[in-house]
Design a protein around this ligand. Structure first.
Ligand code: COA
Ligand code: AMP
Length: 631
């Protein structure tokens, strides 16, 4: 077995050879002409000239290889008391028929389709059906409000929308249909067709002439085969938070994505065909795309769809129950889920109740795994706990611990070493490499490996500006951190206005844009504060316009409501305070970073360009009144 070092070096020294070898795991209708086409850098193209179909690779070929009766998806929904197992053969029936249904509604290769779905297998069926006919799906997370859904509808311009009547969120039942109706009203793009999956838990009112019932439509549809697509054709658009209210539409291609994800299942996660894998995330996030749907199915393993929470559905033993019931070999989730379990069951009493002898590894990502959570989880479950770092843009881990190649010793606070394919470096603001142990901007030398974003949907310019301009020749991750003398990478946090709430990526800039719309607000700042459970939570400070003398508490409540209604409950924006003024540089830039440091009790240097240092005392007092900062 080659060592991690040998595999990593070969991926960096001979990327084309390395990924051409990995591409043998995929079934191609036509092999590529060029493994890596750099002719239009930084718009690199992997496997150009290659023809394949992602859905064929995720379903059909496993049936041809004798896996027809193996379970592809286990749907476990504790609150609705549902357990369903779908074999590869049954999945093929569902997907090929739903693909036929899409075709009957005029969806063709290259068309976009927006999905607003809860954690039910129909979400995967719809995604794979799009892939089958070469349509480009764009899944929007169900915790986003109509306004956010409308922004994505307008930008993606879908041929139709696929949704369900509602979701189970913790113990609550949420109706999705009114949100979709409202989003369609808000958007300027005309939506003439909505396909809706009715659930028993909540019934949706249908709009005659526009809304189609999923089951009725499927009963009238014929199965359809896989369409040949170019490896470089888009598979999906996934919108993710940037620094403004307009999210970034990350584009994933078909060929590079399939090759890279398949490679990670064995080499990173050590999962073989036929084994049970569970990613406790949501289909609306990149983790859900890559590791609930595509990667486990490409590998011919079994994937668990869990429609529940780590706690409260019904208790803090939920994860152990699922692992034990379904013989899960490895689980991938966010550290916040483990902090939630730890809070409710610090002594792990629930863990003792279940036979988890099948369980071999816990993978964590979405935010930094803090040493407390790492050690608590290690001590409790007695298997490796592996942190790994990635982003929506990359689609798979940038830094990790390749257990399928060589498991490296874990160092607390580090997701371990660069994954094969990623030449990770740390640069100072002038673009010079820093010494080991010195903090800076984490970047990846181009080209990025297959499976990474190829551009932003209908916005090549923003792709270049956001990722390729600050450090020419490198992908800018916007995360800061350092690499130690052993080559371990430490990711310390975002350098921009993106924050991470319970493993969910949100933009403080987007929240500021909403608050700034309040008629009484002159200016505002939103920044992330450290939170023991969710990692970070947003806090807002605002200044009112001259002459406004309404009670501050009323304005605060209105701002909280506005953010919840515009972005959605997952923004978790619950706190705002009025201040007389905000600290700024002499050129008028609001010093959000300094306020963040004060709120999080971190030392900071007085910015040399600050307009009036006294304001920081006022801000410190206000934040103290809100319970933030040093006593
Ligand atoms: N649809 C609609 N609303 C949703 C939603 C969805 N899919 N997901 C979350 N929400 C709502 C919640 O109901 C909550 O609303 P409330 O303010 O009315 O209570 C709000 O958004 C905040 O949700 P969340 O941050 O998830 O908080 P929580 O208290 O409900 O749960 C945890 C806390 C830690 C248990 C939960 O965040 C969790 O399980 N996290 C794991 C994260 C994860 O898997 N991340 C994926 C990236 S790897
Ligand atoms: P998302 O695009 O939603 O996956 O969020 C990506 C961001 O989450 C990264 O830029 C990091 O800031 C953060 N992140 C994800 N995983 C980790 C990790 N293992 N360690 C530290 N930060 C992480």
């Amino acid at each position: 077995m080659p060592s991690y070092d040998a595999v990593f070096q070969s991926s960096i020294n001979n990327p084309e050879e390395f990924w051409a070898e990995a591409a043998k795991g995929i079934t191609w209708y036509k092999e590529c002409d060029k493994v890596l086409d750099s002719s239009d850098a930084p718009f690199y193209k992997w496997f150009s000239g290659g023809k394949m179909n992602t859905c064929y690779n995720a379903i059909d070929r496993h049936i041809e290889n004798g896996r027809a009766d193996q379970t592809a998806i286990i749907y476990d929904s504790p609150v609705t008391d549902t357990l369903t197992k779908i074999s590869y053969k049954e999945l093929l029936d569902k997907v090929s028929t739903f693909a036929g249904a899409l075709k009957s509604q005029g969806v063709e290769k290259g068309d976009t389709v927006v999905l607003y779905m809860p954690m039910i297998p129909e979400a995967a069926v719809a995604m794979l059906a799009c892939a089958r006919i070469g349509a480009v799906h764009s899944v929007v997370f169900g915790g986003f409000a109509p306004h956010e859904l409308a922004i994505r509808i307008d930008h993606a311009q879908p041929k139709l929308i696929i949704t369900a009547s509602g979701a189970v969120e913790g113990k609550k039942t949420l109706a999705y249909k009114p949100l979709v109706d409202e989003a369609i009203k808000l958007s300027t793009h005309e939506v003439n067709t909505v396909i809706l999956f009715q659930r028993d838990i909540v019934k949706a009112e249908m709009i005659e002439g526009r809304d189609l019932d999923w089951n009725e439509l499927v009963s009238k549809s014929e199965p359809t085969g896989c369409v040949e697509v170019d490896a470089t054709d888009p598979l999906y658009i996934l919108y993710t938070s940037g620094t403004t209210g307009m999210p970034k539409g990350v584009i994933r291609d078909n060929g590079g994505h399939a090759v890279a994800l398949l490679w990670t299942m064995k080499n990173l996660y050590d999962i073989n065909p036929g084994e049970v894998w569970w990613s406790a995330s949501d289909v609306g996030w990149v983790v859900g795309h890559s590791y609930i749907v595509y990667a486990p199915l490409l590998q011919g393993s079994t994937t668990v769809f869990y429609e529940g929470k780590p706690v409260g559905t019904p208790d803090a033993g939920a994860f152990w129950r699922v692992i034990s019931d379904h013989k899960v070999k490895a689980l991938f989730t966010a550290p916040t889920a483990f902090r939630a379990i730890k809070k409710e069951d610090p002594n792990g009493l629930f863990f003792e109740k279940y036979d988890t002898s099948c369980f071999e590894c816990l993978y964590l990502a979405g935010e930094r795994t803090d040493p407390d959570t790492l050690h608590w989880a290690e001590d409790l479950i007695g298997v490796p706990v592996i942190d790994h770092w990635w982003q929506t843009e990359t689609g798979w881990a940038i830094v990790g611990n390749c257990r399928g190649i060589e498991e490296l010793p874990v160092k607390e606070g580090s997701p371990t070493k660069p994954m094969p394919g990623y030449d990770v470096q740390v640069l100072d603001d002038a673009g010079e490499q820093v010494a080991a142990g010195v903090n800076g901007n984490i970047v990846v030398k181009l080209p990025l490996p297959p499976g990474n974003l190829t551009t932003l949907w209908r916005n090549d310019e923003r792709f270049i500006k956001s990722y390729m301009t600050t450090f020419p020749g490198y992908y800018e991750t916007s995360d800061g951190g350092y690499i130690d003398e052993d080559g371990y990478v430490y990711v310390m946090g975002r350098m921009d206005d993106v924050i991470n709430i319970a493993g969910h990526r949100l933009s403080t800039g987007a929240m500021e844009e909403i608050i700034a719309n309040h008629p009484d607000v002159a200016e505002c700042a939103v920044f992330g504060t450290d939170d023991q459970l969710k990692g970070q939570l947003p806090v807002g400070l605002f200044v009112v316009k001259a002459g406004v003398d309404r009670p501050s508490a009323d304005i605060q409540a209105e701002l909280v409501k506005m953010v919840r209604e515009s972005i959605g409950p997952i923004a978790c924006f619950k706190e705002a305070s009025q201040v007389v003024r905000l600290p700024k540089t002499r050129s008028g830039k609001i010093l959000r970073g300094t306020m963040r440091s004060i709120a999080n009790s971190k030392d900071y240097n007085m910015p040399s360009t600050i307009d009036d240092p006294v304001i920081l005392d006022e801000i410190t007092e206000t934040l103290k009144g809100m319970g933030y900062g040093k006593e």
